[in-house]
Design a protein around this ligand. Structure first.
Ligand code: PLP
Length: 392
């Protein structure tokens, strides 16, 4: 009798759906002339001075484990950086943990906070890992819809209708992947008041903060009374184009950072030392590169969104990130069908909005993290495709 894998696999993991993003990349990979607007990572290579610091670390033989919490120099640099850029104050000894990306920090936070059956609110459409992350921690995901008419901002009305007894954590991601939504300090104040009223703990993933084009990014952790009930999550992947280094950090109350460090010490031990060395350089000397990349993303955003609107797609202007999230509900085909046919007919890879949760249905996520030349070609092809739909 063949071995019954179902008997061995953990049920809550086996039940998770595969990511809706990867299948389009697999098809695109077979097409030599395909243009991908699908990836969620910078197309820039990590700035040279940061790579050089990693090379020097290897040359100097820095190949050991580090303190579980991360290098002291890095934790101090993080404390200074978040103080300057986010008006946040954390003790590098007890309130900062260096992780293998925001991904690990999210996983640690959810595992540290969730007892089986605890409910976690999160706004949708959202980053593909939120729902699985909650489920893997034995939590119950409670999605809160956000709407195009509100620029995908999370409203307190929507929060109030989704809230149910047993909700313990609220996950926030401003600026938002996949919609590019940003939150003003007024909007954050209203969310903060709701969190205080319902005694919710906040996980605030601010990984796209540096890619804010209009206005100032504000962290909910900086609002009065919020530092004690917020974990601030940030990293190097997007702002410094360091996805492959796998380094990020979490800052928050010492009781939570301590408990997360316990899980991190038993499961990962520490983030890679070479990446931590590079991260110190990024924080100390990376501001100019970040500003240049942001300028470039903004120029691409302006062009890309203008072209989407010209071809007849409704698209709010993303005020941050490198994602546009056009609405195709008026075209009479699903976001899945649109994405698949666009790929087959015109060899342009995008991601259907429904990959980011049910509230993304009828939308597309297009990443403009690719060259201006690619964007010109991709939008010409998309335009041709949209016009061909109008004729059928
Ligand atoms: N959070 C959001 C909202 C993201 O979009 C991503 C990556 O796309 C991550 C976290 C993961 O970041 P990291 O590379 O630091 O693990």
């Amino acid at each position: 009798m063949p071995l019954d894998s179902k008997r061995f696999l953990a049920k809550h993991i086996d039940a998770l759906p595969p990511s809706g993003i990867r299948k389009f990349f697999a098809i695109a990979a077979q097409m030599p002339d395909a243009i991908s607007l699908g990836v969620g990572e910078p197309d820039f290579i990590t700035p040279w001075h940061i790579r050089e610091r990693a090379i020097t670390a290897i040359e100097k033989g820095k190949t050991s484990y580090t303190d579980n919490r991360g290098l002291g120099t890095l934790r101090h640099a993080i404390a200074d950086y978040v103080g300057t850029h986010f008006c946040l104050e954390y003790n590098p000894d007890s309130e900062i943990l260096v992780t293998a990306g925001v991904s690990e920090a999210l996983d640690l936070a959810l595992r540290a906070l969730i007892n089986p059956g605890d409910k976690v609110l999160y706004h949708q459409p959202c980053y593909v890992s939120y729902y699985p992350g909650i489920a893997m921690a034995h939590g119950v995901p409670v999605p809160v819809p956000t709407r195009a008419r509100d620029q995908f901002m999370l409203t307190v009305d929507a929060l109030r209708s989704a809230w149910e007894p047993g909700c313990k954590v609220l996950m926030l991601n401003f600026p938002t992947n996949p919609t590019g939504a940003v939150a003003s300090s007024e909007q954050l104040k209203a969310i903060a008041a709701f969190a205080q009223e319902k005694d919710l703990f906040i996980l605030s993933d601010e990984i796209y903060a540096e890619m804010t084009f209009e206005g100032e990014h504000v962290s909910i952790a900086s609002l009065p009374g919020m530092a004690e009930r917020t974990l601030f999550l940030h990293g190097f992947s997007k702002a410094f184009a360091m996805t492959g280094f796998r380094v990020g950090y979490a800052c928050g109350p010492s009781w939570l950072v301590h408990t997360m460090t316990k899980i991190h010490a038993y499961s990962l031990l520490c983030a890679p030392i070479i990446s931590q060395e590079a991260a110190v350089e990024a924080l100390l000397n990376g501001a100019e590169s970040v500003a240049q990349m942001r300028e470039d993303y903004e120029r691409r955003r302006d062009f890309f969104v203008r072209r989407l609107v010209e071809m007849g797609l409704h698209c709010h202007n993303p005020q941050a990130t490198f994602y546009a999230f056009p609405d195709i509900r008026h075209l009479g085909l699903s976001d899945e069908a649109f994405s698949l046919r666009l790929l087959e007919q015109e060899h342009v890879a995008i991601v259907p909005g429904s990959a980011f949760g049910a509230d993304g249905q009828g939308f597309l996520r297009c990443s403009f993290s690719t060259s201006y030349e690619n964007l010109i070609q991709a939008t010409d092809r998309m335009d041709r495709f949209v016009q061909s739909l109008a004729k059928t």
